[in-house]
Design a protein around this ligand. Structure first.
Ligand SMILES: *[C@@H]1O[C@H](CO)[C@@H](O)[C@H](O)[C@H]1NC(C)=O
Ligand SMILES: *[C@@H]1O[C@H](CO)[C@@H](O)[C@H](O)[C@H]1NC(C)=O
Ligand SMILES: *[C@@H]1O[C@H](CO)[C@@H](O)[C@H](O)[C@H]1NC(C)=O
Ligand SMILES: *[C@@H]1O[C@H](CO)[C@@H](O)[C@H](O)[C@H]1NC(C)=O
Ligand SMILES: *[C@@H]1O[C@H](CO)[C@@H](O)[C@H](O)[C@H]1NC(C)=O
Ligand SMILES: *[C@@H]1O[C@H](CO)[C@@H](O)[C@H](O)[C@H]1NC(C)=O
Length: 667
């Protein structure tokens, strides 16, 4: 843009002379300038500081966002006094400015023309301090600053008259005189308000008459002639204020609301009028941009912001949920068990988020879900065991993993585990035909298992248990043998599941409150007494299992008088009376091998012997089942004794039923 500098020829040649003396004299040189005018600031002799910048079009933009200060100074200081120690000279200035607030014509700062001894405002604050003062410097006489302020923020602290005024200040922000922005019509004398932050360019004139120490301020919209009646007049003797030389310039200080303070043109004159600003040459304001921006701000931005916040919020929620959903518990000692560890995420997806439709069953230890592993497409049964204590977990996991290595035709393969807070998850091979109890207790009309299938299952479970007790590298006690823990694979082979789980619940219990785990009707008397599981307590439970399978009845049955009776007592009674085969499942309709059936029932009774030492080992059980060894004959007296012992030794057995039944039910 056109930049004109009016300098007296004399001053100019003086300047050249002094310039040749060295850079230290430059300030003195330009102090001789009488006046200057800038219509636009491209190439202007000004220095910028803070956020101020000259746009390519020549617009001097002091601020471009919130909480920011920008300064523009006439590069050289000016000689404000008549000689050293003389009084301050008269001066005049005018400038065209615009205040564009981005938010609803609200702003929280202001801009100012100032005359100051220096260019360093590093301690000053933005907002209503106009970038010229701070709370401790405001109002101090040694500031030596003259300010013509355009205040768009009413600050009670500074006795501001409103949030849209022009003020003349000395050394601080409490104005000597101020007036609401506007102008007086010279014909009618009526006052017209102007909104400083309307975004419309306006022109301000400030004239200091040193003779009468008066500052006259006049405001008008751009393009209007300077009103004859000024906006207001302030009286202040600047001879008591200004340093010589002093710098002149502008500051723009936005507060928390983003506001653009710009200067389009500026003229200044010492000891004479400020030259007129040729408004046809003024740079263009980014009005289009502002309008677009304000539209953007008013319509698009709130929506975009809302959408953005919603999206970010959703993303964060999802991430947090995802993190929580898939959160696992993993400890250092588990590193060695790594290959047996499943990720919770995989299990979550495998079971479709542990949905009820995938629920296979619910037992004393927890719920079992069917799942399909994501990569291998392997069908699995996923058991969620709630477990609070971490005590003994390491041993348990070690056992799980060791059992995981244990493969046997009649054992349900444990594939691995996963841990979460309060939760242990075990992954097993999936058994398509479910648990045995469903076939045994399904009611008269449902198809049941024939004798051959039952005998095969008995053999298989015996074989599996024998393997656990005697053939594996260490003794594994199952602790919870029962029909509901026997699962049927695709070929209706019985396979023993859930081994070792009961062990988890034994950990961390002290001897005083021995916590027996197992299922009522399967618990050996010595287990109830001491709480100590052994292979022979498994044999006892296996005895109950044999009777269950042969009789098709639960270990504790209800008789016609609705009283609970033990299956074992009932079978024993029949054995004693010589009517053993009457206990066989009526749904078999007599279609069974009578010798084998009788052997199974008697073997069951033998395994259920109250004295552990009288029970066979699983190896012996296998031999009896194979028919290699004949069962020892059980004398009726012996049976009677057994009965008596059981009754005398455990008089409160029936009450224990109630106590223990909650521990474990069927699957
Ligand atoms: C504001 O101006 C400064 C330069 O003074 C620049 O670095 C910054 O990016 C600008 N900010 C905006 C929002 O235009
Ligand atoms: C401005 O003044 C401060 C001390 O108030 C000083 O640290 C800083 O360096 C000065 N800046 C300039 C550019 O002289
Ligand atoms: C105020 O400004 C002065 C001078 O620039 C500076 O020395 C002082 O530290 C500032 N005080 C505060 C509170 O910012
Ligand atoms: C002008 O501004 C003053 C002070 O803000 C206000 O009292 C007055 O009503 C305004 N007048 C018009 C015509 O807007
Ligand atoms: C202004 O102040 C100066 C210095 O204090 C003094 O010499 C001068 O007379 C004063 N002018 C008026 C009009 O009071
Ligand atoms: C303002 O500038 C334009 C173009 O530079 C010129 O034509 C016009 O005469 C000038 N107006 C005045 C009053 O100097």
């Amino acid at each position: 843009m056109a930049t004109k500098l009016h300098r007296s020829i004399l001053a100019y040649s003086l300047c050249l002379m002094i310039l040749s003396l060295g850079p230290d004299h430059v300030a003195l040189c330009t102090a001789q300038a009488q006046s200057f005018v800038y219509s636009g600031f491209r190439g202007a002799d000004i220095t910028l500081d803070g956020s101020a910048m000259v746009q390519p079009g020549g617009l001097l933009q002091l601020t471009n966002s919130s909480d920011i200060i920008g300064y523009a100074f006439h590069r050289a200081p000016l000689r404000f006094r008549h000689g050293a120690g003389g009084t301050v000279r008269s001066f005049s200035l005018s400038f065209v400015f615009a205040v564009q607030s981005e938010f609803d014509k609200e702003s929280s700062g202001g801009m100012a023309f100032f005359v100051a001894p220096g260019r360093n405002f590093s301690g000053a604050m933005p907002g209503s301090f106009l970038g010229l003062f701070n709370a401790s410097t405001n109002g101090r006489p040694d500031n030596r600053i003259f300010v013509a302020e355009l205040d768009t923020f009413g600050n009670g602290e500074f006795k501001d008259i409103d949030s849209n005024h022009v003020g003349i200040d000395v050394n601080g922000l409490i104005s000597v005189e101020a007036h609401t922005a506007g102008f007086y019509d010279h014909k009618t004398g009526s006052f017209t308000n102007l909104s400083l932050n309307s975004g419309d360019p306006m022109q301000l004139w400030v004239d200091y008459d040193a003779q009468i120490t008066q500052v006259v301020s006049t405001l008008a919209p751009l393009g209007a002639a300077k009103p004859r009646r000024p906006l207001f007049t302030a009286t202040t003797n600047l001879s008591d204020v200004l340093e010589d030389p002093s710098f002149v310039g502008f500051s723009g200080a936005s507060g928390s609301l983003s506001t653009l303070y710009s200067v389009l043109g500026w003229s200044f004159g010492l000891d004479g009028p400020a030259p007129a600003i040729n408004i046809t040459n003024l740079p263009k304001l980014f009005r289009g941009r502002q309008e677009v921006r304000s539209k953007v701000l008013q319509i698009v931005l709130p929506i975009a912001t809302a959408v953005f916040i919603a999206a970010v919020g959703t993303a964060i929620t999802l991430l947090v949920r995802r993190h929580r959903r898939y959160a696992e518990l993993r400890e250092d000692w588990e590193v060695e068990f790594g290959p047996h560890r499943f990720s919770y995420k995989d299990l979550y997806h495998a079971t479709e988020g542990f949905k009820n439709k995938n629920l296979l069953g619910e037992g004393g230890f927890g719920k079992v879900y069917k799942g399909v592993l994501p990569v291998s497409n392997l069908e699995v049964a996923v058991k969620k065991v709630s477990h609070e204590s971490r005590q003994g977990m390491k041993e348990f996991i070690a056992e799980v993993v060791s059992i995981g290595r244990l493969r046997h035709r009649y054992l349900v393969q444990l594939l691995g585990y996963c841990r979460r807070e309060h939760e242990l998850i075990l992954v097993y091979e999936y058994m398509p035909n479910g648990s045995l109890d469903k076939y045994l207790y399904c009611g008269e009309d449902k198809p049941t298992l024939d004798w051959t299938q039952r005998f095969g299952i008995i053999n298989g479970i015996a074989c599996g248990l024998w393997y656990l007790h005697e053939k594996w590298e260490k003794v594994v006690i199952h602790r919870d043998i029962k029909a509901s823990n026997v699962l049927l694979d695709g070929e209706m082979n019985g396979r023993l599941g859930d081994f070792g789980l009961a062990r988890l619940y034994d950990h961390g219990t002290d001897l005083q409150t021995t916590h027996v785990v197992g299922t009522m009707g399967y618990l050996a008397p010595e287990l109830l007494r001491s709480g100590k599981a052994s292979p022979l307590t498994d044999v006892f439970a296996f005895g109950t299992f044999l009777l269950e399978v042969a009789c098709g009845q639960r270990p504790i049955k209800q008789d016609s008088k609705d009283e609970h009776i033990m299956l074992v007592d009932w079978v024993r009674e029949h054995c004693h009376n010589g009517t053993l085969l009457q206990t066989m499942d009526t749904r078999l309709h007599g279609n069974y091998d009578k010798d084998k059936a009788s052997m199974v029932l008697k073997l069951g009774l033998l395994c259920l012997h109250p004295l552990p030492s009288a029970r066979p080992s699983m190896k012996q059980v296998m031999e009896y089942l194979d028919g290699e060894t004949a069962l020892p004959e059980m004398a009726p007296t012996h049976i009677n004794n057994v009965n008596m012992m059981q009754i005398r030794g455990f008089p409160d057995l029936t009450t224990s039923i109630g106590t223990f039944s909650g521990l474990s039910g069927g699957r």
